[in-house]
Write a protein that binds this ligand. Structure first.
Ligand code: ZN
Length: 426
């Protein structure tokens, strides 16, 4: 009986041993499976990220357009989130690649910024500033060429820089040629320069130089038009006046003559429609300051206020920018010039209209002093000028004069208006 029981127990023990072995084996197998599975998953995760990173680096050495700092930070986040699904060595490898790409992207952004800055485009960018940009770009290019796999890109940037540098030299010599031609313009020289300007790759710069040549061409045409003609500029100060200026405008229109009005801001504010009418008739409307103060008694800041407030109002009324003004009493000092970018307009012939109550002496003063290229001073606020103007125009026409605005007179005599310069006419 005992033997039977012992046998039974031994058999039971063996059975349990087998069961345990089976369960243990199964567990081992499952664990191995999990390990093998997770091993291949980890490798796959790493290779997906690495191939994505590799795709940003194009074969030609340039960076793909898909590479942005956003896409890189998205990848950084992804790596952080999947850290447990990646091998530590892969995390290091990926992080290193991301850092390297960030640096490349940074360099590319720097280079792009330098070339977008519009090397050479904007007016007013000094040659020195452009040279600095190019030097910076050259430094970036050296950094680039130090990076492996970037040689082609670095070569591209370097050649862009040398291209820009040679353009810069060409442009500098073109500018010199333009100013030489400006001094003694001929149509054939202008045409030749136009051909050279057309070769400039930068559209904005080409346009600004073309505009310069067109202005030169226009002034040459005007110069030729008046080459053997007598011309004179009639100027009217201190208006507009509600009673007298409309009559002056009427005479000018009837005679087919255009003059230049140096109006006061304060008066223009009172008679905006007269200012608009003067401009609509083709007359030039410029500033005589806001309220006729002697500028030399004012500070530079006060002078600036006097000049710009009037100019702003006039520009608003006429829609035209006139780059000059006439100082009251013809008085100005060094502070006047520093207070404005405008040129200053004087006169050559003073009719002394304000001294007289009859037209005859005013007409006589104008006609006896008249000479070609002169700027004649009148005031559209005196009734005597209303009476004198038709006779002055008739008399000058008889003497063979053509009438020009002050802008035209400067264009004929000087080609272009220089800020701060004082023009007296001939
Ligand atoms: Zn005045």
């Amino acid at each position: 009986m005992r033997k039977v029981i012992r046998k039974k127990r031994r058999r039971q023990r063996k059975f349990y041993q087998l069961v345990f072995a089976g369960i243990f084996g199964a567990l081992l197998l499952a664990l191995a499976g999990v390990l093998i599975f997770s091993d291949s998953q980890k490798n796959q995760n790493a290779s997906t990220i690495l191939s994505k990173l590799a795709s940003y680096q194009q074969k030609d050495g340039f960076l793909s357009d898909d590479l942005t700092s956003k896409s890189l930070s998205a990848l950084t986040d992804e790596v952080k989130a999947k850290k447990s699904d990646l091998y530590a060595s892969d995390v290091t490898k990926i992080t290193e690649k991301i850092t390297a790409l960030k640096m490349d992207l940074d360099l590319q952004t720097q280079v792009n910024a330098l070339f977008e800055k519009p090397v050479l485009t904007q007016k007013g960018v000094s040659q020195e500033a452009i040279k600095n940009d190019l030097t910076q770009a050259a430094v970036v290019a050296i950094k680039l060429s130090a990076l492996t796999e970037k040689n082609k890109w670095a070569t591209g940037v370097t050649s862009s820089i040398s291209d820009a540098k040679s353009q810069l030299t060409e442009i500098a010599s073109l500018r010199t040629s333009i100013s030489t031609v400006q001094a003694t313009p001929t149509q054939s020289a202008i045409d030749q320069l136009k051909v050279e300007v057309a070769k400039i790759k930068n559209a904005a710069l080409a346009k600004s130089l073309t505009d310069q040549l067109t202005t030169l061409e226009d002034s040459l045409a005007l110069k030729q038009k008046y080459a053997d003609k007598k011309y004179i500029a009639l100027t009217f100060d201190d208006g507009p006046n509600g009673a007298t200026t409309p009559s002056i405008l009427k005479t000018l229109k009837a005679e087919g003559v255009q003059g230049t009005f140096f109006v006061l801001g304060q008066q223009a504010q009172s008679y905006p429609n007269i200012v608009k009418q003067a401009a609509a008739d083709g007359n030039e409307v410029s500033s005589h300051t806001w309220d006729h103060k002697d500028l030399t008694t004012l500070t530079a800041a006060q002078q600036k206020q006097e000049i710009t407030s009037a100019q702003n109002l006039i520009e608003k009324l006429t829609g035209k920018h006139v780059p000059f003004f006439r100082p009251p009493y013809g008085n100005f000092n060094a502070a006047t010039k520093s207070a404005t970018n405008n040129a200053l307009i004087y006169w050559g012939i003073d009719t002394n209209d304000w001294r007289y109550s009859t037209a005859a002496p005013v007409v006589q003063n104008a006609l006896t002093a008249a000479h070609s290229g002169a700027i004649l001073l009148m005031h559209d606020i005196h009734p005597v000028d209303v009476d004198a103007l038709p006779q002055i125009i008739e008399g000058l026409k008889k003497q063979g004069y053509s009438f020009v605005t002050v802008s035209q007179l400067i264009e004929i005599q000087n080609g272009s208006i220089t800020p701060g310069h004082v023009y007296y006419g001939n």
